[in-house]
Ligand binder design. Sequence first.
Ligand code: DGL
Length: 268
Amino acid sequence: MDNRPIGVFDSGVGGLTALKELRCLLPEENIIYFGDTARLPYGTRSRETLLKYIAQDIAFLRRYDCKLILAACGTVSTNITPELAQSAGVPFLGVLEPAVKAACAATKNGRIGVIATPSSIRTGAYQQAIANLQPSFQVTVKGCPLLVPLVENGFIQPDNEITEKVVRIYLDPVKEAGVDTLILGCTHFPLISKIIGRVMGSGTVLIDAGECLARQARRELEKRDAFGTGGNTSYFVTDSTEDFSQIASLFLEDSVGGDVKWVNIDSL
Ligand code: DGL
């Protein structure tokens, strides 16, 4: 038994995809969710800048004596150094490995697509992780810089024509490559998974990196016999609490209202 909270972080609302699954799999856990909304998007930043941001994100969560820290962000997971992950001082999990494992298990034709932020794709980490598991698999990657701002601005309705148009432009070459499995390698993308699924067609399995991370977190707690009780979620953001509450409530189908607090990023 361990009643310390689980820390979850992302640049914004993307990590809610992991949070939603965590709350479903582990309803008794206390969770601290941190969104660095004042500095998003992360996915177009240089590695140098990202490492600075990640160090501050981890420093913030360390204040809460977390038992586990989850980078519910593809950009963080693909850019972080092992030293920085270790600086968390507690087990640190990202979305890369669990998402890649799930995709390798799901594909039937050995052709996997990955959509993620440009900063994630640039590292080659998804391609490398798939090659390590299954060297013969064909991987088609596509950086999708416009999708994060669309999601953060609430363009997430399943019939949103603007988002669908942008998704089609990005996914055309991925479809042409004949993939049967698509990793949503940025945790913002499952918020528009209905549109992505429609564009790819029903024959494509979509892998939600945030959900894969949540399942991995449960396995980690099981292994350590570290389940907790409480079931509270607290939200912290570095920009407008109202904007975050609005999109978060929409996605979680549950009002997060007054539970969102502002964090002074310069104090980290
Ligand atoms: N949700 C994040 C990811 O998974 C970051 C998106 C961004 O801020 O660009 O990559």
